[in-house]
Design a protein around this ligand. Structure first.
Ligand SMILES: [Zn+2]
Ligand SMILES: [Zn+2]
Length: 350
């Protein structure tokens, strides 16, 4: 057995994060050895840590990442030692979904070789300082070392690029964003780039004033009874909005959201929802008003590529979403901090 020299962060069980040492992965053909510089704590890691999502323990997360190529395997083209890159998550690039540009529905997500030898479940894997990544899952980035951290948020940006493109937002559309967490913030930036009038609905006062600062055209507190309906009616002259982006996992708001849509309006099911509590919606209204319900999950490789270009060109300043950066040594503190309400993204640096 090789010596265990790779630092990693494992969620051992609910509320327990442990620093562990793993064996350095051996490169297979068409892979690179990837050194993780920053990994971001997405909702998946937070939910596993808090026992709200079950992938089995111990758990090695980390799909929002940025790092450096330190070794290049046999057959790899286009990458060199020293290149900075992000790796995209779980595309086999061999199935019909991947090959037809629908990689969010890759048919072999579970069959892929592990990126590191870890006795537990792996989602992403960038909670380990070194991993072996197939070359087709990598995107080379054009970054100075001091800008690297913002590229750790490539994946969440790519998720929102995927959803905004699916909804085909047009100049002059009225877009209602429900919830102003990081996903609400990114949707606001992207919808504005597309020339939309953007309304944010958010219950938290601090987040509401942040939405205002960040360029929302209108900000509404949905917790005031009747306020959301009356403001949308005023803003849209009783027509309703063109698009709703729902970033909130609450089954009870769907029916109300449907009533806020214009005829031929669209509603994006962005947030994951509790499958045990299906939402009630008026499908008769969906029929007669010709409403489109659009599901969206994850990004494709192409969406990730677009995200890296937007970050590199500073079209969207992801630093604003980084609440704090913790050192590997303070992994437990990082998880606790990330789980506080109203904190945006927390990064860990290796
Ligand atoms: Zn994520
Ligand atoms: Zn595939």
């Amino acid at each position: 057995m090789n010596e265990k020299t790779v630092r990693a962060i494992s969620v051992e069980k609910v509320d327990v994060v442990k620093k562990v040492m793993l064996e350095k992965p051996k490169l297979r053909d068409y892979e690179v050895l990837f050194k993780v510089h920053y990994v971001s704590l997405c909702t998946i890691e937070q939910r596993v840590y808090k026992g709200k999502r079950d992938y089995g323990y111990p758990f090695l997360g980390g799909h929002e990442n940025v790092g450096e190529i330190v070794e290049v395997g046999n057959g790899v083209v286009g990458f060199e030692k020293g290149d900075y890159a992000v790796f995209t998550f779980n595309y086999c690039n061999q199935c019909e979904s991947c090959q037809s540009g629908r990689g969010t529905q890759c048919e072999y997500q579970k069959e892929q070789l592990p990126k590191i030898d870890f006795d537990g479940s792996i989602v992403g894997g960038a909670m380990s300082e070194y991993i072996a990544v197939p070359a087709w899952q990598l995107i080379k980035i054009d970054a100075e070392k001091d800008q690297l951290s913002s590229f750790a948020l490539t994946e969440p940006l790519a998720c929102c690029i995927h959803s905004i493109e699916k909804a085909a937002v047009q100049f002059g559309d009225t877009v209602l964003i429900v919830g102003f967490g990081i996903m609400g913030w990114i949707h606001l930036q992207l919808a504005k780039m597309r020339g939309a009038v953007v309304i944010v609905s958010e219950g938290d006062e601090k987040r509401r004033s942040f939405a205002q600062e960040e360029g929302a055209d209108f900000v509404i507190n949905p917790l005031e009874v009747g306020r959301l309906e009356s403001r949308i009616a005023e803003i849209t002259h009783k027509k309703g909005v063109t698009l709703i982006v729902n970033t909130v996992a609450n089954p009870d708001i769907w029916d109300q959201l449907f009533t806020l849509l214009d005829t031929q309006g669209k509603i994006l099911a962005y947030s994951s929802q509790d499958r045990k509590k299906p939402a009630q919606v008026d499908m008769g209204a969906a029929h007669s008003k010709e409403i489109q319900i659009i599901g969206t999950v994850n990004p494709t490789v192409h969406d990730n590529l677009k995200a890296t270009k937007l970050i590199a060109a500073k079209k969207i300043v992801m630093e604003r979403m980084i609440d704090s950066v913790f050192d590997y040594e303070e992994a437990k503190e990082a998880f606790d901090h990330a789980c506080l309400p109203t904190v945006y993204r927390v990064l860990i640096q290796f």
